[in-house]
Design a protein around this ligand. Sequence first.
Ligand code: ASP
Length: 362
Amino acid sequence: MLTRYLFDNLATCLFAVLACMVSVQPVGLRADDGMIQEQEQQEMKYAIAIHGGAGSSPENYSPEANESRRQSMERALEIGTEVLKNGGSALDAVEQVVVFLEDDPQFNAGRGAVFNEHGSHELDASIMDGATKDVGAVAGVSRVRNPIQLARRVMTESRHVMLGGVGAENFASRQGLIMVQPNYFDTPATLQRWMQSRQRMNGQSNNEIELKIEDTGSYYGTVGCVALDSAGNLAAATSTGGMSNKSYGRIGDSPITGAGNYADNATCAVSGTGIGEQYIRHTVCYDIAAQMQYGGKSLAEAVADNLANRLDPGDGGVIAVDRDGNIVMEFSTGGMARAAADSSGRFEVLWEEQPAGAAEGG
Ligand code: ASP
């Protein structure tokens, strides 16, 4: 009898414990799910900004050309956002965006690069990984379809950080990158622009020629992209044909780390556009990061200080993203094609002119 009583009660207890486990388990899972979702949302934080050159005031283009360039910027933003949204790296995002814009003849990078004084093209590009501070840069290449891809190969497949001219091209072909004839980069628009620059500079010696944004051919748009990915890594990429009618052999700021391009996970990623000589003299992109790191400034303050106090009015602009995903796109020229997106849902291409000194984003 006693045995039977104990057995019945034990069975009831076991049943009760099991029932509890069954009813508690789903609640526990739901709580975990919520935490995981929240974590994923936090981890999926990303931000991206793109520029299409600091001379690109809408006034310089027909309404059709403006619309077509705007559409390209939008497509570039979609490409970069897609990479980041799917958990891709900032490096992949900036490279893919810049490849797309290099292939678009409407921009002064890759196809559509401006002419130098000899009527040929010399392209510069660089990419930087903010996580490792690894850099890849190429200068003065004329036969590589996508200089930014070559820059990335220099970073990952060589012992060096920068290669130039024929040596860089030989490396590109050994790497299996697409090689082109130098006239691949010609477009009727850049040819016309080059002829106008030559007429304006006709009779002046090299020293007398003052570098102004209107004379640089930046109307055609150097391109750059900065991004923060969901793993918290920053990257920057910049690519250009340089300045229209530039001296043969001239190298600008775009391939020079800290001048026209910079990324450091501790602070920000920056891409510059404008008079390259000024960006080199003032190490603009690094200075923005340094003001944040050593001066405790916000990204917007560091950018504003560079445009107001280090560069001269009209020298150019920058796009930048900091490690928290704040985006700043500022310029002191008549216009700068620019676009930004982030994980909060921001997705915009900005085309209108902006009064100098007015920061955007935050
Ligand atoms: N910074 C580029 C250079 O000097 C030109 C540009 O941004 O338009 O080569």
